[in-house]
Design a protein around this ligand. Sequence first.
Ligand SMILES: Nc1nc2c(ncn2[C@@H]2O[C@H](COP(=O)(O)OP(=O)(O)OP(=O)(O)O)[C@@H](O)[C@H]2O)c(=O)[nH]1
Ligand SMILES: [Mg+2]
Length: 717
Amino acid sequence: MKKYQAGQIKSIALLGNSGSGKTTFAEAMLFNGGIIERRGSVEHKNTVSDYRPIEHENENSIFSSVLYTEYDDHKINILDTPGLDDFAGGVISSLHVADSSVLLINVQNGVEVGTEIHFRHAEKQSKPVIICINGLDHEKTNFDKSMEMLRDRFGGNVTLIQYPVNEGQDFDSIIDVIKMKMLRYPKGGGKYEEVDIPSEYADRAEELQSELIEKAAENDESLMEIFFENDTLTEEEMKSGIKIGLINRGIFPVLCSSAKNNIGVDRLAEFICNVAPAAADMPEWTTEDGNKVKCDADSPAALFVFKSSMEEHIGEINYFKVISGKITENLDVVNANNSTKERLSQLYVSTGKNRTKISELAAGDIGAVVKLKNTKTNHTLNSQGSQKFPQIKFPEPKYRTAIKPLSEGDEEKLGEALSRMHQEDPTILVEYSKELKQIIVHGQGEYHLNILKWHLDNIFKIETEFYAPKIPYRETITKAAQADYRHKKQSGGAGQFGEVHMIIEPYEEGSAPNPLMKINGKEYKLSIRDKEEYKLSWGGVLEYINCIVGGSIDARFMPAILKGIMEKMEEGPLTGSYARDIRVYVYDGKMHPVDSNEISFKLAGRNAFSIAFKAANPKILEPVYDVEIMVPSDRMGDVISDLQGRRGMVLGMNSEKGFEVVKAKVPLAEMNKYSTALSSLTGGRAMYTMKFAEYVQVPSDIQDSVIKAYTAQQEEE
Ligand SMILES: Nc1nc2c(ncn2[C@@H]2O[C@H](COP(=O)(O)OP(=O)(O)OP(=O)(O)O)[C@@H](O)[C@H]2O)c(=O)[nH]1
Ligand SMILES: [Mg+2]
């Protein structure tokens, strides 16, 4: 590969709904750039980007792919992303290092949910968006409809640069209003030939060009002045106005293509080379402590790892972007995230699973390195200093399942495989839940975790089973209760004796202990001596108050009583779930001069607490999530009634041009397999996010069934 300077390098992320043609487009770009001699296709399972077995099997991109092509004396880094929302992690990490994005539209469907979601990802990261209406060779093509939907959804900044001629099966030409030429393609696509615009298209082309010139001028004062003076802009001025508009997201230029027939792809590559921003044109990267880092070759070398994966025959490979300086082979760097030294012994540029060895990379470029010891996604490597770049914000998980290996002894292997999968896809999170006594994997949807299972079965060869994850309920009390318990064991050997009297009541933040209590008609006067507040790692508080007078229980046994209580807080009396927000007054007890010891009082404390707990009108709390669903208006009713069937509380809806965004609170227990249910309710045209909100008391019928299930399970064990 040739050596390129920062200004000659452009990095784009390919975005768009699944099936909009991103992988096919990337294939054509590599072909046009001479990187590959023949174009593969998704159907023939031989594209450069979809190289993993699972992608062949599903005919979809599952992971993002790092590719590059060379065009017009430029290097274009291409990050092909997965369109399915379950694989959003690959989109977000690709956008994180891209200078701009190309949003593909399947001209048969126009703006789809995936289009909307990807546009939002670009918006969240303030990335420029070039729109490409693809598939213009389709029978059911409808360019104008797609344009209408684009303007409707993304507003007036959507600006036509091109429009198709002969759209449909004979599609072979594009009117380009920057060049004011018609670009005609030979059969089989490839390189365009510029011809004059046929008269029947001339008026529209004129009209569109003046709209474009105005839009381009709008983005820059000096261009505006030229425009007012000359009532037009030169092609170069137009291009610089479009570039500025791209960078500040004031213009979303629209181009045309048929990736399948390799039509329009070379022109878009050309547009990227001479209009789209390079890394140095984009806002500088800022370190965690707020320092701006210039994208220039003379600064100290710094790179950011945005993707790690395991590749056959080479092991772990880290993909990175050079944020500043020049990266050379065998450069010694320090990992700012763990202060370990690394050597960049082997540098590559990659096209899917293929890699080309290189000796250096300039600022702004994207490359890959192998054989690093302690580096992975989200790490910063510096040749000097220890600046760190902010981490990629991956989406919150929204689907979970419990997993176990089918054969005993595979636990360790499974653990390794899961951590490898997390490294490859940081949106797969693994939780070893001591509380639920389960291994829980969290992901973006059922399909997402089925892909994980596919890897465990086929790549790691570990037989596993997905099963229902338990709900991390909580237990608490709603009224005060008193209990006392005598633990006595005096039959042979060391005796045990301990008696504890306690009162418990609900703990509310900011409330003070109550020296005067009335429980079941009986009054208790308590002398509040010591008070300790424990913030519980699972949330909530335990307040432990020593009200012992007259030495009925020696102070040295108070920690043992607390220990006993804490054991029941960890494994609540109702369902073995964590308990929270309880105030305990230990106000009396009895000791035996010989047999009283820590274990006696731990057990006495534990049992007294358990009895009091059950008498304090205990309640089970369940985790409730804020759920936000984006659904096409015509399916909103179904989605809302389904939510209501899941004990969901709809908080509100707001329309967003053809989509409704429904906000609701839904118990986690009702969200099992929601991604699949939502997909079948809406024909795969909706997406959602969910985030833990709070713990809420369960309805009494649910409480009864949860306790029943727990008791039954206890009896089984
Ligand atoms: N007729 C026609 N078909 C196309 C075109 N571009 C892509 N396709 C077909 O559309 C299907 C999906 O194409 P992909 O390239 O896999 O789409 P994608 O956007 O990468 O999809 P995901 O990987 O799932 O996000 C394939 O069968 C392609 O052959 C096109 O321009 N015209
Ligand atoms: Mg794809």
